[in-house]
Ligand binder design. Structure first.
Ligand code: T1G
Length: 701
């Protein structure tokens, strides 16, 4: 349905309604409609007050993000908001659901604001690599004061209606119908002689602070909180203008800074990440008519680190969950782990003791499979061994009710093989959580060859309920995330045998924006895990696919990473800070000799290409094989499960910003130099030849 804006009047009261499903985004037609409706209202006779309302489930989600890569189209949102503020009669914004970004800026142009308790009010532009570009950095400080405004703008975090009332951002809270509440408020306002109250005529307060010193501190703090990010600092600079300049000048300064952010490649990456998260929920074969099954009771088989983490996910979502272990001793250990995990959150202040007990009350320890007979979903999280998983699924198949979703948390074993242990392969799915499962947002939903659309829809709905970011993947060794990680980790290790040090490789990737370098990450997860995978690969790989030998040398010395105090790095007892491992230089030399490689100096750029393009090439192969549905799903997986910097958009988006012709040249050079591992993916070859991109966005995205 086309976007539309309606002006209506009853007696001395008028109201303008935004109607642009699904979120009343302020697209060009909606902005033009608003200007026309304001003109109508100005001409209306006998009008004493004007309401602004949004149809549907929320007031307004802000500017239309889809318009950012197109040239700006009049009327610009700041001009629309200026027209609202200049209106000759009191304008009241009646908020519900969400008032975000330009939606809240529109409400700030109104003279009064009322909201329901649960309304979410925020300026999340910084999460898109932007800053509020329609007056938010100038008007919000004038309403709630500089410190509160700065906190909201730099964090991008929304506040509730109640918090907004306390901050003075809304004038009152209401319940029930927005139009009725707005009408009642307007009539009461007029009775009390309330008139226009223009935000722009107020001053931004910074009580008791020396502005120069305050903003200098804020800039330092923001640089520390958001290293490498472009827009947070500009948010501070824009808010600073609100106390130095009158509104008109401040808006000009805001616009300059907004345009700088809009042109930044970081905005392109972050906007891509925003849409990637929403695109991932669109899965072939799963339509709006595919009804997910109801999930009210869950179970987890296996009370190890992952099993307990998964059980906490269910408890955190308010779902009762049975946690099954083999015997009382193992069960007691698992339940204690759950309690300790929550206790750590209470200690940090992120969970109340009452909530802790309430959530623990949802976790019931059991040792008999019969207790799982009525649950709606079971997640198996036992040892990564096919025989063990077969036994578990045979038992679940015998015990669980028809229609129960039987999920495996396996990180790389063949889900189709696991499904053969049951008579209901259509109900078998993979739910690959990432450790720690109760913290990491990513969930790979693994679609088996015979997984039904309904089971898949149920898995996706469950992921949303657990507040996970889900991506559907096909069955292969390592699915999407880990299969790409194998390539990345192997290349990083080869670089150590060719001349680099762990410190250099990790620093290069951290400066690129990775949350953690590959060697610090492997010390954290434990080198024994990598060794088990390496041994399996050795048995499977043809001879022209060489493997590094350094890991074996470390493993032979019992250097398994943090768990033994020493791996690629050394760790003081009880500490996690990576320190140089004094024995490593000799091991690097030994590995180079064993591989017959002459050590040489490697540049950071070379290190980045060897590691990041290994991700890109494997991602392209996963797309070729249909294991990943779309490039943005791969990006979503890497942003939410592997610490890839969101402002880069993800490995596939990053490749697009380099240009696939350039990427192809570099990979072909590696192929010539390094052999079979660097065979360019067919999709990459085709796109590079055709001048295409993985994500449909080029460098100028
Ligand atoms: N523009 C365009 N499309 C949007 C949109 C937006 N602002 N917000 C949501 N959508 C689409 C989304 O892609 C999805 O599409 C559908 O709406 C439902 O969204 C000048 C420059 C409001 C909390 O950052 O946070 O204002 O997949 O699945 O879970 O200063 O949407 O159906 O095709 O997320 O109920 C600032 C972004 C913009 C808010 C609702 N505003 N949106 O969540 O639904 S920049 C934001 C959200 C700006 C000004 C600046 C959420 C939501 P599809 P959904 P939801």
């Amino acid at each position: 349905m086309a976007a539309q804006v309606r002006f209506q009047q009853s007696g001395n009261l008028g109201w303008i309604t935004l109607d642009n499903p699904p979120v009343n985004a302020l697209s060009q037609p909606l902005r033009a409609g608003l200007m026309a409706a304001l003109e109508q209202a100005a001409q209306a006779s006998g009008l004493d007050a004007l309401l602004l309302l949004g149809t549907g489930r929320l007031f307004c989600a802000g500017a239309d993000i889809k318009e950012f890569s197109a040239p700006p189209m009049a009327p610009a949102l700041p001009d629309v908001i200026a027209a609202v503020e200049a209106f000759s009669k009191p304008v009241i914004a009646v908020l519900h659901g969400s008032a975000l970004g330009g939606g809240l800026e529109l409400a700030l142009g109104a003279h009064y604001r009322i909201a329901t308790t649960g309304t979410s009010l925020g300026l999340p532009e910084v999460k898109l690599g932007l800053l509020p570009g329609a007056g938010g950095t100038q008007r919000l400080p004038r309403v709630v004061g500089v410190p509160k405004a700065l906190d909201m703008i730099v964090s991008g975090a929304p506040i509730t209606g109640e918090a907004a009332l306390a901050a003075g951002l809304v004038d009152t809270l209401y319940e029930g119908d927005a139009l009725q509440a707005g009408t009642a408020y307007a009539l009461e306002l007029l009775t009390q002689g309330g008139g226009v109250r223009r935000t722009g005529e107020r001053t931004a307060a910074l009580e008791g602070n020396d502005p120069q010193a305050y903003f200098s501190e804020q800039k330092v703090s923001v640089e520390k909180r958001f290293p490498g990010l472009y827009s947070p600092l500009r948010c501070v600079m824009a808010v600073q203008a609100s106390i130095r300049l009158p509104l008109a000048e401040g808006l000009k300064r805001e616009r300059e800074l907004f345009m700088e952010c809009l042109q930044s490649p970081q905005r392109a990456g972050l906007v891509h990440a925003f849409f990637a998260e929403r695109e991932a929920s669109k899965v072939p074969g799963v339509t709006a008519d595919t009804r997910p099954r109801s999930v009210e009771h869950a179970a987890v088989v296996g009370g190890g680190t992952m099993g307990v983490g998964i059980a906490l996910c269910f408890a955190n979502a308010g779902l009762p969950v049975k946690l099954l272990e083999v015997d009382e001793t193992a069960l007691a250990r698992a339940l204690q782990r759950a309690r300790d995990t929550y206790a750590a959150s209470v200690k940090r202040g992120s969970l109340s003791p009452i909530d802790m007990e309430q959530r623990l009350g949802l976790i019931e320890g059991v040792t008999d499979y019969a207790a799982l007979a009525e649950v709606d979903v079971v997640v198996e999280a036992v040892f990564e061994d096919m025989a063990v998983k077969h036994r578990v699924f045979e038992t679940l198949d015998a015990v669980c009710k028809p229609g129960a979703l039987l999920a495996s948390n396996t990180s790389s074993l063949d889900l189709n093989e696991i499904a053969t242990a049951t008579r209901r392969p259509e109900d078998v799915i993979g739910l690959h959580f990432f450790s720690p499962a109760n913290v990491m947002r990513l969930l790979e939903v693994v679609r088996g060859a015979r997984t039904s659309a309904e089971a898949l829809a149920t898995g996706l709905a469950l992921g949303k309920r657990l507040k996970k970011v889900s991506a559907v993947v096909g069955v292969c060794d390592g699915f999407v995330g880990n299969r790409m990680l194998f390539q990345y980790g192997r290349e990083a290790e080869f670089l150590l045998e060719e001349g680099a040090t762990p410190e250099q490789v990790d620093a290069a990737l951290r400066s690129f924006g990775m949350a953690m370098g590959p060697f610090a990450m492997r010390d954290l997860s434990g080198l024994d895990i990598g060794m088990a995978i390496r041994n399996r690969q050795r048995q499977q790989l043809p001879p022209n696919y060489p493997l590094p030998c350094l890991l074996d040398l470390l493993f032979e010395k019992g250097m398994l990473g943090q768990k033994t105090g020493c791996g690629f790095y050394r760790y003081e007892a009880g500490a996690r800070t990576p320190l140089p491992n004094p024995e490593l230089p000799a091991l690097l030399q030994a590995a180079s000799r064993q591989q017959g490689v002459e050590r040489r100096a490697l540049s950071d750029e070379y290190i980045l290409d060897r590691t990041l393009l290994a991700l890109v090439n494997e991602g392209a192969k996963l797309l070729d094989e249909g294991i990943a549905l779309r490039a943005s799903d791969i990006d979503l997986i890497y942003l939410n499960g592997y610490g890839f910097p969101a402002f880069r958009g993800g490995p596939m988006f990053y490749a697009d910003t380099l240009g696939l012709g350039t990427v192809m040249e570099r990979i072909e050079a590696f192929h010539r130099e390094l052999g079979a591992w660097w065979e360019p993916a067919p999709l990459l070859q085709r796109l590079a030849r055709e001048g295409g991109t993985f994500t449909g966005k080029g460098a100028s995205a």
